[in-house]
Design a protein around this ligand. Sequence first.
Ligand code: DAK
Length: 271
Amino acid sequence: MIKTELTDGVYTITVSRPEALNALSPDIIEQLREVILAIQERLGVGTPDSDAGDTDWGIRGVVITGEGDKSFVAGADIGAMQQMDSATAAEYAELADELTEWIAELPVPVFAAVNGYALGGGLELAMACDVIYASENAIFGQPEVALGVIPGFGGCVRLQRFIGAAGARELILTGKKINAQEALRRGLVAAVYESPEAVRQAATDAVKALSANSPLAIAKAKEVIAKVSLLETHEALAAERAGFADCFDTEDQKEGMAAFLAKRKANFTGK
Ligand code: DAK
């Protein structure tokens, strides 16, 4: 489930499915979509006077985090993905891409407070946010190739924008995981804090502190940054979605996901 809380202008969204390390089930993705849409409505996104000087929004920023001390989000739900074919995977990818674009369109900053594993769809969700903070125990990676698929939730597009092509290719092609300090060194995260509590507090404090700045200037900065970096994103995400969906026509995808769920090593045949 998704938990939400609004305190002192900070809207906190917690992905809460600790028994599966907060993996994104289709249900959780749907709930996240509803929550982001509700914030958009409250902030008047898409309405004529959304940037017309109404600064009494009540929400100054959003913090997205995961429940508990072990995981932000350990990816999309592998059990749910195991059942998909290329058509359902393409639909699923579209819903998720829309979600990340809605996050980008919010006129307030969105901070990811990464409190543990941010793998696959978890790292992709974090990269859909404006700023990523991490706790020392955070682990980042795009391990999709070990499951017979590719990153399908923006990873092929956004990771290279965060850390450059060299590092993104390495992480996506090898599925290698990196820790918080390495993520800081590579520019994936803006700052590292000692514990999951500390990273949530830091993100909350950052939103509170930016309340001293002009909300209109912040919204405009977000809009311009998004325009500059997202000019080609729409088409790029469509190419990624198509590649992700194609993987679901393969035996390797069935094998990779079945092996994870059966807790055994995958035996890929390249078919
Ligand atoms: N899905 C489902 N269950 C998961 C899960 C996941 N991604 N990750 C962990 N779990 C479950 C485990 O199956 C286990 O369940 P039980 O056996 O207790 O029932 C429980 O969470 C605890 O996990 P472990 O026992 O494995 O815990 P460990 O500490 O030993 O290992 C780990 C932690 C994070 C290293 C390990 O759980 C792991 O490797 N998890 C899978 C990570 C992964 O490969 N994630 C990437 C998945 S691919 C899209 C959206 C998203 C995506 C694509 C498209 N669209 C909407 C288009 C993304 C794809 C991916 O994320």
